[in-house]
Design a protein around this ligand. Structure first.
Ligand code: M6R
Length: 610
């Protein structure tokens, strides 16, 4: 949510900043801005709207200079206007600030500043920071920033420049990620290492409450007491992996990421399936055999799509490991005070590793002394670094705001985890080996499943004008129904509800009419007949039915209006397989409606505010 990139070095800063913002734009795209410096002159450029608007401005009013900071915004305080776009300046225009996060006590700080005669030029919470830093500035920007952040309640990732200290960037972090990048031509400050690919060779991660200062040749990180902190510079390639971070030949990141799923699933499993012991292994789980045996309950916590993966995990752990699982929205978990005994492990699930609520939930669990693990995609992210142990997805960067390959990879990792726990309990070696064989076949199964795309396109054309849509499934496919509905609503703005199919007659069936299709997830399985009865109930009320079903299923074909056959797999893998046509359906409907698939309105990729 919001992206920051700063540069100081021997090259022109503006092109580097704009290129970095392009890579970060998926994190927020209401407005964008930058400020560069030549000697002690600062050049501010900012515009409401997409980054392209800033580029147009820079074409007519270039911003010269070899240092600068920039920002792409997801509005929290104040609308998407030029005035609210970052950077924000102090009243005397000596200090410029870009900020990710929320200053919770900004109103109180603003009132004090106004009482001292400061005129505000924006509606943002960030502007107070610029004025406060200017207030404390006495020739040492780092110190002024440190004094300012002491007053602040809330979260921040900050980058600051001062016209009296040309070439110097100061950063600070609390709850919003910030990294220093080290390159041949200079040094960088960014909210995400991925913005630095091709520029920096090494990255240094800031921890909460640390501040940093960099210029073209040097960098330093300090703690709250201004002591120098020892920090390690990591090879950036290790964090970014081998995935192509561009769109390649695809028109959208979302489509590319949908089609990357066979490879992403293979990567999630690579080196982790162990035929000798018929189990799975994870390098970073950091659980001793004793801890593993002593664990008798898991609480999974996550948001959005990752929460849906957690719900799939609940079924997986029950079936394969016979372990009780609770799945809780991280935003709820963090403020609850549930009784948790010592044998419970907390498992945070997250693509970005930066979701504020998931991070806070995990920290709360750690504070209480519970073993807190994470399933995470973004290497080096806050959650990945703070968890006691965990499993990376290795799905490569997910840029489309709608999560696709992360979801299916999360389900695959949860399957392997359930297998791992199961094999320390009742699951026999042959049963374990069967799961391994079925998992190994999955990438090819997904390749076959993707062949449904043309059929999905036809169905999308037929239903593109719908205003409401129901997604119905049972057992493992109930979370897949929730996920299908989330995909449709977030990128096509069509109202969609996911329901446990049998629950539908307890209320939502009132929504059914000839203009409200229901997408049934009904491949063959234990509850097939039950779901068919639910389908009949919808048909009896005139509701159109789209069925994701087993190949050549005459029984389904007899009732449903439109069929999307998918390969047969064991039930515990059905959420992965059935999600593919649902992702494609959401994508195609969004395209037909002319929506911006990769950057849906009001959303941002990584939700780093509460
Ligand atoms: O990065 P995370 O997995 O923690 O993100 C959680 C949600 O914000 C995310 O899944 C969101 O719901 C997606 N836009 C859904 O497609």
């Amino acid at each position: 949510m919001c992206g920051i990139i700063g540069f100081t070095g021997s090259r022109e800063a503006a092109p580097i900043l704009v290129d970095g913002l392009k890579r970060l734009e998926y994190r927020g795209y209401d407005s964008a801005g930058l400020i560069t410096g030549t000697g002690s002159s600062l050049h501010l450029r900012r515009r409401a709207g997409r980054l392209v608007e800033l580029e147009k401005l820079l074409a007519t009013q270039p911003a010269a200079g070899t240092y600068g900071i920039s920002h792409t915004r997801w509005a929290t305080h104040g609308g998407a206007t030029d005035a609210n776009a970052h950077p924000h300046l102090s009243a005397d225009s000596t200090i410029a600030v870009v900020h990710n996060g929320v200053i919770e006590n900004y109103l109180q700080l603003k009132k004090q500043l106004q009482a001292d005669g400061v005129q505000f030029r924006s509606e943002t919470d960030t502007e107070v920071l610029a004025h406060l830093i200017a207030h404390y500035y006495q020739g040492d920007l780092l110190l002024a920033v440190r004094k300012t952040v002491e007053l602040v309640k809330g979260t921040y990732g900050l980058a600051v420049v001062c016209k009296h200290e040309p070439g110097v960037l100061v950063g600070a972090r609390l709850g919003s990620p910030l990294v220093i990048g080290l390159g041949d031509d200079g040094n960088y400050l960014a909210s995400d290492a991925s913005a630095l690919a091709g520029y920096a060779d090494k990255v240094v991660y800031l921890n909460d409450r640390q501040i940093c200062q960099l210029d073209a040749e040097s960098w330093v990180i300090r703690n709250q007491d201004m002591d120098t902190v020892d920090a390690t510079a990591h090879d950036i390639q290790h964090y970014l992996g081998d995935y192509d971070a561009g769109k390649g030949d695809y028109p959208h990141f979302m489509l590319k990421e949908i089609y990357e799923q066979p490879e992403a699933l293979a990567n999630a499993m690579r080196g982790r399936l162990d035929d000798a012991d018929a189990t799975a292994h994870f390098g970073g789980l950091n659980l001793t055999a004793q801890q593993l045996r002593a664990t008798d309950r898991v609480i999974m916590t996550a948001c959005g799509t990752s929460y849906h993966a957690g719900l799939v995990g609940e079924y997986l752990f029950e079936e394969l490991a016979r372990m009780p699982v609770e799945v809780e929205y991280a935003s709820e978990f963090r403020y609850r005070n549930p009784p948790i005994d010592r044998s419970t492990v907390i498992l945070a699930i997250t693509q970005s590793g930066e979701t504020a609520d998931t991070l806070a939930a995990m920290r709360e669990a750690k504070r209480m002394g519970h073993t807190s693990l994470a399933i995470c995609n973004a290497v080096g992210s806050s959650i990945a670094r703070e968890a006691c142990g965990g499993v990376y997805l290795h799905a490569g960067p997910e840029i489309g705001v709608a999560s696709t390959k992360a979801f299916t990879s999360q389900c695959a990792v949860l399957t392997m985890l359930a297998l791992y726990f199961g094999r320390t309990r009742h699951l026999s070696a042959p049963q374990g080996q069967k799961v391994i064989d079925e998992l190994r076949a999955l990438p090819d199964v997904i390749r076959q499943t993707l062949r449904c795309h043309d059929r999905v396109k036809d169905i999308a054309r037929k239903y593109a004008d719908m205003r409401n849509c129901l997604y119905l499934g049972r057992q493992y496919l109930y979370p897949a129904a929730l996920e299908g509905a989330l995909k449709l609503k977030e990128i096509s703005y069509v109202h969609a509800e996911g329901y446990a199919a049998a629950e539908m007659k307890h209320g939502p069936i009132a929504l059914v009419d000839a203009d409200t299709p229901s997408v049934f997830l009904v491949p063959r399985g234990q509850v097939f007949d039950k779901v068919m009865s639910n389908m009949q109930e919808i048909k009896a009320r005139g509701g159109p039915v789209i069925a994701v079903c087993s190949p050549n299923d005459a029984e389904v074909a007899h009732i449903a209006d439109d069929l999307i056959p998918v390969p047969d797999v064991p039930e515990y893998l059905q959420p992965i397989v059935c999600s593919i046509p649902l992702q494609l359906l959401a994508y195609e409907i969004a395209l037909l409606k002319g929506c911006d698939v990769d950057k849906p309105r009001n959303l941002a990729k990584s939700v780093t505010v509460e």
